[in-house]
Write a protein that binds this ligand. Structure first.
Ligand SMILES: *[C@@H]1O[C@H](CO)[C@@H](O)[C@H](O)[C@H]1NC(C)=O
Ligand SMILES: *[C@@H]1O[C@H](CO)[C@@H](O)[C@H](O)[C@H]1NC(C)=O
Length: 338
């Protein structure tokens, strides 16, 4: 639950939000990520109560895969050598006990956080908000959404009934200890992320969830110059200009690598849900703006003529099924003939 914080409200008079909330952060780049730690410090600086549970190692491209280690201890040093080999597979950061590493996939980190770290080490069990990233590199369009570990954190959080935002920048990997102030790309990506996150927190009525149940947001940030504070934020949809992979033969026979399919796939870019007048998030970032898309956890096709016509063709099977569908035999015959 939200808790009142006089510190945050005092800070609000200066520049920050008056609503202090409980936040869980994770990512797929690893717990030593510069992007992750910069945003963490901005959020704690604004008075929020923030915990990080993030992978001990780089875990990009894992999507929503739930991979728990079977090893009690790390068999090699963690990312950037922050934790030595032989240390437990889960534990606190050496310099900050609100930050935990875990030797698992991004989605596994969410579940380990919710079912172990937060209940045992934080003053809350269910965060008000789960943030993923900011990632190194964008996560644009529905195809990347399914395979990105950054997205995997967000949709796993949504599945656990917790509002979530996936955040992705266009900068490259940097250990957090090498981020040297506001001129650094990791700082800029975090600052834009912070602006988006604070906006949604500030406009949430106290005691209400940050998003409706089953909803979340995907935020992608273009390359930033030193004018990052003025980069426009545009409402977008996931489809539209999005890329999907093609398999390209490698140099060695029998091997393949990937490339963006060309021309772009119309299947991936079919606008079915959401406001089809919005630009695609891929196009928005290509134009140098921040793309903000909402997602839902419900992949079911929306009701309408297209879904009905497909379902009617399956209606002949209804006789084999239990329940209501099986009772509508007369309808079934009519639909089958049509
Ligand atoms: C893991 O490390 C601890 C010491 O931190 C040690 O006591 C334990 O035996 C180790 N477990 C395994 C399976 O190697
Ligand atoms: C930001 O800077 C870039 C180049 O550094 C420039 O092209 C762009 O117009 C600037 N945007 C704003 C909103 O000032």
């Amino acid at each position: 639950m939200r808790y009142p914080s006089s510190f945050a409200c005092a800070a609000a008079a200066l520049m920050f939000s008056c609503q202090a909330i409980n936040i869980l952060m994770s990512n797929d780049d690893g717990f030593g990520s510069g992007n992750l730690r910069e945003l963490y410090h901005m959020l704690t600086g604004a008075g929020h109560n923030v915990y990080i549970v993030a992978p001990a190692f780089q875990q990009s491209g894992q999507g929503g895969r739930v991979g728990f280690t079977t090893e009690a201890n790390l068999t090699g040093p963690s990312q950037y050598g922050l934790i030595p080999a032989g240390a437990p597979s889960i534990g606190p950061d050496p310099v900050d006990d609100h930050i935990f590493y875990y030797n698992g996939t991004p989605a596994a980190c969410v579940f380990v956080a919710l079912d172990y770290v937060l209940p045992n080490y934080a003053g809350f069990k269910v965060p008000d908000l789960i943030l993923s990233g900011p990632n190194y590199g964008t996560n644009l369009g529905p195809s990347v959404w399914s395979l990105s570990g950054t997205a995997g954190v967000a949709y796993s959080a949504t599945a656990r009934s917790i509002p979530a935002i996936a955040l992705s920048g266009s900068n490259t990997a940097v250990p957090y200890l090498e981020v040297d102030g506001p001129g650094h790309d990791a700082y800029r990506v975090a600052a834009v992320s912070f602006r988006v996150v604070e906006a949604i927190i500030e406009t949430t009525p106290p005691g209400h969830p940050i998003f409706p149940l089953g909803y979340g947001a995907n935020v992608n940030i273009p390359p930033l110059s030193n004018n990052h504070t003025s980069v426009p934020i545009v409402q977008s949809r996931m489809t539209g200009g999005a890329e999907v992979d093609a398999a390209v033969p490698g140099k060695t026979p029998g091997t393949f690598t990937w490339a963006n399919l060309s021309p772009r796939a119309s299947g991936l870019n079919q606008c079915i849900n959401g406001d089809c007048s919005l630009p695609g998030e891929t196009e928005v970032v290509a134009a140098g703006k921040v793309a903000l898309s909402l997602y839902t956890i419900d992949y079911t096709a929306p009701i309408g003529a297209k879904a009905s016509s497909v379902m009617q063709r399956f209606a002949a099977l209804a006789g084999w099924m239990e329940g209501k569908a099986g009772l509508e035999r007369r309808d079934r015959r009519v639909h089958w003939r049509a």
